[in-house]
Structure formats: structure tokens, C-alpha cells
Design a protein around this ligand. Structure first.
Ligand SMILES: *Cc1c(COP(=O)(O)O)cnc(C)c1O
Length: 466
């Protein structure tokens, strides 16, 4: 009978030279925990009779411990390649910040900053003041305040201006944004009563008018960011709702969702209503996101009439929802790029991605196709192909941008799109595409030249099909 292999003790292994580098790199407690885990697995193999002596050598054990430690210490939040074709992909982190913005954030992380310190008189400052002037210049609003995201902006605005009262909204605008944000739920949380007017497809001025009573706190419009109602439809323009509100001495609030600061059409993109236009139409308060079309950090911007913004800032929720210095550093640096509209499309990452011409992606697709074909072998057919990208994050849900990319189509019985997606997700920098029409589509809009080498370099590491 072959004698069963012997598993060395924890103590003996901790003294063994094979484990010394791991103790130094990861620390004694982490390395010991990983070692115990590996030894438990070996003992289980021993009991089931599947353990071979080769696996019990200190060097072999050390190699397994190293793997376990690398897995355990690998960052959970890591870069991926967004080849989904959706530029502002909420699940992939929305807007990417320009490097010059990142440098300002890094500075705010490592240096003391005048976050709430008035450098003129040495007294206490207000963190909103760091960006208020810029935001007012860019939107035409009188005042502004910043919170954690647009959902928080809506919650705070309603809580401060409408708690205990009624808020009139068109039925066609009771939106749900990605699961947990629903206008009716936010209303309830803010302590106001929702009064729905009109129908899903048609709301008229007289619907608003009839709903106004002594309980009404404000009229609200919500940008239908992530859907479009088409066909037999009527909605009431911002200016008209504002006029109705003002006639009744009520404020008109607009949740603009994405809210762009510049005319997208000027950059050859589908038009989207700007914050400035909404303010000029008579809205008293407008809320929008920092990390959608604006292209900055996650934040919620609330802009509008001075007296209303002052009430919003005094509400206790403002303190709970305020942003930190990293967000303000990123937001200020992003907004500064807007002071120079001529260079915006080059310097603001999101706008640069939106405006990449399809011909750039087409050239990339032709360069990458043979490399990907070699990496995937004959089970797959890799074809450069025109496709359409989305702006994403509920901006311009219907419009899309001409793009180009690669279609990976199964060319054998064993090739599976789902499995290929999983293999690409297991790469050091996971590649995320979209499954469509029986193929995996890799839209190259978000693969800029600076990152293409990294993409190519890891192609040989695509895990084999199982
Ligand atoms: C995206 C969006 C929100 C939520 O904004 P976040 O910044 O994600 O919190 C709210 N309302 C509308 C209309 C939106 O489009």
C-alpha cells in the first residue's frame, strides 16, 4: 500500500523559507489565515484519497497560499473596459473625469483646503460658495447648492419647499430611474402629497390649473429622462407651467435629470434641454446630476431663486446630504472646463466620447478584428460592424449615436455568447460588451487610443472555453 502523503504543520511552514516572502508582503496574520485555508483543503483531499504527495511540498503549498492571498487582496473596485456602447453607464460608474480634474481631486485629498474657510476674512466659509458663482454663470440662476446626487437634490428640494403640502405633477412624468428612485416614493419620503394630473399620454394646462388649491405647495415638472411617450401626446411646456404657478404665487420646480450646461446640438449631438433654458423658461428651482451629461463627479446640483435656495440650504437634510471636498474639487475643475467652450469637446472626457466620429471607431475595429480573431480561434467569427451607441443614464433615451465595433458571432456548436461574456469578465481588466441578436457586440466608442494597447495586451489571456 502507498503511504498517504504527510501534510506539514502550520508552525513548520511558517518557519519555511518558501513562505518567508509571503509573510513579508502580506503580513503574518493574513498569510497565516490563508495558509490554514490551504491546509484545510489539503486535509479534505487527504480524507477523500485524492491528495498527491506533490501538493504537500512547502513550495507547492506556498504557491497555493500566494494565489489565495492575491485573490483576497485584489481590489474589488477595479477598472473595466466599457464596450457596451452606453457611454454614461450607471453600473460602470457614469462619467469619467478628465486627468486635469483628477489632479485637482488628488490635491484635495492630500492637502488641507479652504473648504469652509473664508480666505478674505479668516472666518468660517460656506462650501457651496466654492462653485456657486461658476454654476450661476453657466445657468443664469441666482443661487445654487450641491448635494450627494440628483435623487438627494429632489428629496431635499421637496422636503424644504413642500413638506405637508401638495405637489402637482403630470401623470406622464411619474418616472422611475433605475429601481429605487421613483418620484411618488420620493414625494412620500419628503412628506408631501402627490397630486397627479392629466393622463399618461396627455396633460393640458387646465389639468394643472384645476389641481391648484390652498394646499398646493408647488408645481413640478420631471424630465422624462429614460423613456419617451410618443404618438397622441400633449404636455405643457415649462414656461406655461411656470406661468400657471406664478399666477397662483407658487414656485415651479423642475427635476431635469441629466441637465446639460451646453447646447448638445452645437457639438453635432441630439438636442437636450439646457439648465439655462429651463431657468429662462421661468423655473424657480432646477435639479440635475453632476455625473450625467455634465461629465463631472456624482453630485446633485440645485439651482434657482435666491430665497428658495436659502430655504433649501437651511433644511436639516442639507447637512445630511452634503458633499465632501473631493466632490467639490472635481465639480469645480469640471465646471472650469465649461468656461472655455472651444476646447470643451477635447478636454471633457464624456463630450469627447460622445463626439468621436464613427470613422475613428471603424479604423479601430479593422485594426483589432484580426487580433481578436486570433485570440478567440475558429469557434468565433469576428466582424467589424456599424452599430449604435447610447448616451446613457437616462439622457436622450431615444436618440443614439453612429458608432462602429466588433461583432463576435459563434462559429461552432460549442461557442456560447453567455460563456464568452463570462470569459471576458475574467480578464485582468474585464471587458464588458452587450449580447444582441445572437452575437456579442463590442462597441469601440469608449476605447480611446490611450487604452487600446492595454486592451490588446491582455487578449492572449482570455481564459479558455470550458
Ligand atoms: C438620473 C435622474 C435622477 C437621479 O439622479 P442621480 O444623480 O442618479 O441621483 C432623478 N431624476 C431624473 C429625471 C433623472 O434622470
Amino acid at each position: 500500500m502507498i503511504p498517504s502523503p504527510r501534510i506539514p504543520s502550520v508552525d513548520a511552514l511558517l518557519r519555511d523559507a518558501a513562505l518567508a516572502p509571503l509573510l513579508a508582503d502580506y503580513g503574518r496574520s493574513s498569510a497565516t489565515a490563508a495558509l490554514r485555508q490551504v491546509l484545510d483543503a489539503l486535509r479534505a483531499q487527504l480524507r477523500s484519497g485524492t491528495l498527491s504527495a506533490a501538493h504537500t511540498a512547502p513550495a507547492a503549498i506556498a504557491a497555493q497560499v500566494q494565489q489565495a492571498l492575491e485573490r483576497r487582496h485584489a481590489p474589488r473596485l477595479k477598472p473595466v473596459f466599457n464596450l457596451t456602447g452606453t457611454v454614461l453607464h450607471t453600473n460602470l460608474g457614469r462619467a469619467l473625469l478628465p486627468q486635469e480634474v483628477v489632479e485637482r481631486v488628488a490635491q484635495a485629498m492630500t492637502s488641507p483646503m479652504n473648504l469652509e474657510y473664508d480666505l478674505e476674512d479668516g472666518g468660517r466659509g460656506d462650501r457651496d460658495d466654492l462653485v456657486t458663482d461658476l454654476i450661476c454663470q453657466l445657468t443664469g440662476a441666482e443661487a445654487a447648492t450641491i448635494v450627494n446626487n440628483n435623487a438627494a437634490a429632489v428629496l431635499l428640494t421637496l422636503g424644504a419647499l413642500a413638506a405637508g403640502g401638495e405637489v402637482v405633477v403630470s401623470r406622464g412624468e411619474l418616472v422611475e430611474i433605475g429601481g429605487a428612485f421613483r418620484i411618488p416614493d420620493i414625494m412620500a419620503q419628503a412628506g408631501c402629497r402627490l397630486v397627479e394630473v392629466g393622463t399618461t399620454n396627455r396633460t393640458h394646462a387646465h389639468d394643472y390649473e384645476r389641481a391648484i388649491s390652498e394646499h398646493t405647495a408647488l408645481l413640478m415638472k420631471v424630465h422624462t429622462s429614460n423613456y419617451a411617450i410618443q404618438g397622441f401626446t400633449t404636455s405643457v411646456a415649462d414656461a406655461e407651467v411656470a406661468a400657471l404657478a406664478h399666477a397662483a404665487s407658487l414656485p415651479m420646480v423642475v427635476d431635469l435629470g441629466s441637465g446639460t450646461l451646453v447646447d448638445m446640438a452645437a457639438y453635432g449631438l441630439p438636442p437636450e434641454v439646457t439648465v439655462a433654458h429651463t431657468i429662462a423658461s421661468g423655473a424657480d428651482v432646477v435639479t440635475f446630476s453632476g455625473d450625467k451629461l455634465l461629465g463631472g463627479p456624482q453630485a446633485g446640483l440645485i439651482v434657482g431663486r435666491k430665497d428658495l435656495i436659502a430655504r433649501i440650504k437651511r433644511h436639516p437634510l442639507k447637512r445630511a446630504l452634503r458633499v465632501g471636498k473631493l466632490t467639490l474639487a472635481a465639480l469645480e475643475a469640471t465646471l472650469r472646463l465649461y468656461q472655455h467652450p472651444e476646447t470643451l469637446a477635447q478636454r471633457l472626457t464624456t463630450l469627447r466620447l460622445f463626439t468621436r466620429p464613427a470613422s475613428a471607431m471603424q479604423a479601430q475595429a479593422h485594426a483589432l478584428a484580426p487580433l481578436l480573431q486570433t485570440a478567440l480561434g475558429s469557434d468565433w467569427q469576428v466582424t467589424p460592424s456599424p452599430m449604435r451607441s447610447q448616451i446613457g443614464s437616462g439622457a436622450l433615451p431615444v436618440d443614439s449615436l453612429d458608432s462602429f465595433g466588433l461583432q463576435l458571432r459563434p462559429a461552432s456548436k460549442t461557442a456560447s455568447v453567455t460563456q464568452l461574456q463570462e470569459r471576458l469578465r475574467r480578464l485582468p481588466r474585464p471587458v464588458i460588451g452587450r449580447a444582441q441578436e445572437g452575437a456579442l457586440w463590442l462597441d469601440l466608442r469608449c476605447l480611446e487610443a490611450a487604452e487600446q494597447d492595454e486592451f490588446v495586451a491582455q487578449l492572449p489571456s482570455i481564459p479558455a472555453q470550458t
